[in-house]
Design a protein. Sequence first.
Length: 178
Amino acid sequence: MKLIYTLTLADYQAAQRLHWRQTLSRRAIGFLLFWCLPALGCSIALLAGKMMGIFLTEFSVRYVLLFGFVLGLLINSVLARIIQKPQMFRKQFERKFCPDQRSGSIEIEDGGVSSAILGTDVVSFQWHTFIGFAQDDKMTLLYLAKNRFLLFPTTAMTPAQRTELNDLVARYLPKRKS
């Protein structure tokens, strides 16, 4: 099967979300880095203000830390939706995929997978080079390494092609160790 597709920012964001959801450790690291660390910083800032006598002097240290953590989570959730994540993904997407290199093709068959950005040379991979596979309604990822993968939109495939891809993956990719 051969697919020709054009990547968009929404596709790239969906691929990153799918990648981060794959393992418990990635989810935990993401939660700690993007949620708990900023909330802890807000708690420490409020605690410093209390210790200097600037504000919240009538509350105990425990309440100030709890209030700061909750406030940090709320502020982070608002900022993540408005400013941080869309900008971060946009910059990464534009750096990795120049406007003239967003159209690509991928050919998946029994011999392996051939992928190319339109206008460049084709890169071929045999099935034994892939270590994993992830798919949802929006994106499909074929892992070459732990944090390196080929991506293409699942929406570019027909239901028959999705079934064919799932059969090839079941046949050729190594089974995960339980």
